[in-house]
Write a new protein. Structure first.
Length: 438
């Protein structure tokens, strides 16, 4: 962690509107459970989505012993355990700690790091970000200041292909040419170009500078975009890096692009197999098949993706072995077909897991899956109420349950007024989509 140093007074900025949170951060973790209608919920942070076979087996055993038996993937490549019984906190923490999934009790909710899932596997990235991932997680857990980060604060490590760089992280590090890296903060108009080997330290420096800036401004904020001083924050980070002997040069920010709607390609991808879990839910059978496959490989690991998928590195993968493995995984209900409509369909937990939900949105989404092809390729997200928990960013079609039954649809396009339609039942989905989709 960098030593504190004098910083200039903050200037005003017109890039963002200040947000002040009037309550504490209630984001769940493994030591702070959330009470849901189907039991307690734990969110296990998995930096970069990377799990060893031993850790994957421990998660499955814990879900079966203490929860509903399933593993629920999040849009940050983390895992949620649902249906946990009252009073299971100690047993849960003991199980996860023994598997190495709880390296720091004080940092367990802030280890939110997404990373390019195929980095180092398909030859497309500019560098393998795994060393960045290990270094950043270690540094994060060693930083006393970082304990104050919100459970919603997000780091992204992009290998240069632009997949996780479009996930609206608070701190993004993207591999650049000639061994360099670009550091991006929220929506700041500038980026910092710095030596690639300094990327993990720069990412942590940025997070610590955010905390200090927020504290000095008196704002109670959780995300960088809630702070109306983002470019000034970037200047502070550059000064702190310079004091540590790290040369960081400011550059105008260029368009990073949006992440692919369905994440990595499905099927056999060079030295890996890639599958999708419908609605992010993995049954005990599916998890067992994935873990068993990973246990036969040299790397013995699984990578969870921010698109609710799983990548298994398989060095030296042959066509015959890939076809056999994909067939087995497909039989369990995992999606291996790149043309599947499941890649564009998401949903909140809905009934019966959430008391605020007005409908069993997951059942309705499954029943109307065939109509998902009428979205024009946009993500289709089902929500049980107006909160729209977990909805994707950017252009999409929202299907929101309304009081009295039925749903309201809206096509959300940034910068444009939404197009809306209503439907009484899921059988009308295709017609309603036709009204709002050109």
């Amino acid at each position: 962690m960098l030593a504190a140093m004098p910083t200039p007074p903050l200037r005003s900025s017109s890039q963002a509107t200040a947000v002040t949170r009037d309550r504490g951060d209630a984001c769940p973790g493994t030591l702070r459970l959330h009470a849901a209608d189907d039991g307690a919920l734990a969110r296990v942070r998995v930096p970069g989505g990377v799990l060893t076979v031993r850790q994957a087996e421990a998660l499955a055993e814990t879900a079966l012993r203490l929860g509903d038996g399933d593993l629920h993937l999040t849009s940050r490549g983390n895992v949620q355990l649902r249906g946990l019984a009252d009073g299971c906190g100690a047993a849960l923490a003991e199980s996860l700690d023994a598997a190495g999934l709880l390296p720091s009790a004080g940092h367990e909710r802030v280890r939110n790091i997404v990373a390019s899932p195929l980095s180092g596997l398909d030859g497309r990235g500019l560098r393998d970000v795994r060393p960045w991932l290990s270094a950043l997680d270690t540094a994060l857990c060693a930083s006393e200041a970082a304990r104050e980060l919100s459970g919603r604060f997000l780091f992204a490590l992009d290998d240069g292909r632009g997949d996780v760089a479009g996930l609206d992280a608070d701190v993004t590090v993207r591999a650049a040419g000639r061994g360099r890296a670009a550091l991006l903060l929220g929506t700041a108009e500038e980026t910092l170009l710095l030596p690639g080997d300094a990327a993990p330290r720069a990412a942590l420096t940025a997070a610590e500078a955010f905390l200090r800036t927020a504290r000095e401004s008196g704002a109670r904020v959780w995300r960088v975009t809630e702070l109306p001083l983002q470019d000034e924050l970037l200047h502070r980070v550059r000064d702190r890096l310079a004091a540590a002997g790290i040369d960081a040069v400011g550059r105008a920010r260029t368009e990073t692009g949006r992440p692919p709607a369905g994440g990595p390609p499905l099927g056999a991808v060079c030295d890996a197999l890639s599958v999708h879990a419908p609605l992010g839910r993995l049954t005990a059978l599916q998890w067992r098949e994935l873990t068993a496959l990973a246990s036969t490989t040299a790397r013995r690991e699984l990578r969870l993706t921010p698109w609710r998928g799983v990548v298994i590195p398989v060095p030296g993968l042959s066509e015959e072995r890939a076809a056999d493995a994909l067939a087995r995984l497909s039989m369990t209900g995992l999606v291996t077909d790149p043309a599947s409509p499941w890649l564009r369909v998401g949903a909140c937990v809905g009934r019966p897991g959430c008391a605020k939900s007005l409908a069993d949105v997951r059942a309705d989404a499954t029943a109307s899956l065939d109509a998902a092809g009428h979205t024009g390729g946009l993500p289709l997200y089902w929500s049980g109420c107006e909160r729209r928990c977990g909805h994707p960013r950017g252009e999409r079609v929202d299907v929101v349950a309304v009081p009295g039954g039925g749903y309201e649809l809206s096509r959300t396009t940034p910068g444009q007024a939404p197009r809306t339609a209503s439907m009484a039942g899921t059988g009308q989905l295709a017609t309603a989509l036709a009204e709002i989709t050109p």
